[in-house]
Design a protein around this ligand. Structure first.
Ligand code: B4P
Length: 190
C-alpha cells in the first residue's frame, strides 16, 4: 500500500508514520528526516538546505523529488510506503504519481490529519522546548504554516478528485488518532 500522510506542520505525520512502521512493518519515507540527516552529516546538500529549513521555507522541489526517487526501490521491495511530509507542492505530487506509474503502482490512500492552529503551535512549541529543533521556534512556525497554506493546501483538490482522501481528527490522543488511521487503511485492504 502507498499512503500519504497529509497535513500542516505539527499535525502528527511523523508521529503516526512511526506507529505504522512499528505496528504494520511499513516503510516510512520522510523528506524532513532525510533533509535533517543531510544537515547532521554536513553534506553539500545539508549545507544548501539548512538555511532554507531554518527560515521555515520549503526546499526546492527538485531536491526532495530526487531524495524520494532514490528511496523508491526500497519502497517497492516493501510493497509500498508511507509518504510523510511529501508531496508538499503540486509539482511534487505530479512527480510522485509519475514515479509510481513508471513502476505500475499508485497512491492508494491519502490520510489528512485535521488539527487546529492553536494546537499546532502548542505542539511545535513544546517540541522546541524539549528538542530545540531550530525550525520549531514560534517565529519560524508562522512561516512554515504560511508555506503550508500557500503551497501545500492546494494539493487537497488535486487528491480530492481521486476519492482516496480520508479525513482523520488529529486532535485526540496519539493512540486514538492511530486507531482512526488504521480504520482508513483497513478500508483499502478489505
Ligand atoms: P517535516 O520534518 O515534515 O516537519 P513537520 O511538518 O513539522 O512534521 P513532523 O513530522 O516533524 O511533526 P509531527 O507532525 O509528527 O518538515 C520540516 C521542514 O523540512 C519543512 O518545513 C521544509 O523546510 C522541509 N521539507 C520537508 N519535506 C519537504 C518537501 N516535501 N518539500 C519541501 N520542503 C520540505 O509532530 C509534531 C509534534 O506534535 C511532536 O512533538 C509530537 O510529539 C506532537 N504530537 C503528535 N501527535 C500528537 C497528538 N495526537 N497529541 C499531542 N501531541 C502530538
Amino acid at each position: 500500500m502507498n499512503l500519504i500522510l497529509f497535513g500542516p506542520p505539527g499535525c502528527g505525520k511523523g508521529t503516526q508514520a512511526k506507529k505504522l512502521v512499528d505496528g504494520r512493518g511499513m516503510v516510512q519515507l520522510s523528506t524532513g528526516d532525510m533533509l535533517r540527516a543531510a544537515i547532521a552529516a554536513k553534506s553539500a546538500l545539508g549545507q544548501k538546505v539548512e538555511p532554507i529549513m531554518a527560515r521555515g521555507d520549503l526546499v526546492p522541489d527538485e531536491i526532495v523529488i530526487a531524495l524520494i526517487e532514490e528511496r523508491m526501490p526500497e519502497a517497492e521491495a516493501a510493497g509500498g510506503a508511507i509518504f510523510d511530509g511529501f508531496p508538499r507542492t503540486v509539482a511534487q505530487a505530479e512527480a510522485l504519481d509519475a514515479m509510481l506509474a513508471g513502476r505500475g503502482k499508485k497512491i492508494d490512500r491519502v490520510v489528512r490529519l485535521l488539527v487546529d492552529e492553536p494546537e499546532l503551535l502548542a505542539r511545535v512549541t513544546g517540541r522546541f522546548e524539549q528538542q530545540g529543533r531550530p525550525d520549531d521556534n514560534p517565529e519560524t512556525f508562522v512561516t512554515r504554516l504560511a508555506a503550508y497554506n500557500k503551497q501545500t493546501a492546494p494539493l487537497l483538490p488535486y487528491y480530492g478528485s481521486t476519492g482516496k482522501v480520508r479525513e482523520v481528527n488529529g486532535m485526540g490522543t496519539m493512540d486514538s488518532v492511530a486507531a482512526d488511521i488504521a480504520a482508513a487503511l483497513d478500508e483499502v485492504e478489505a
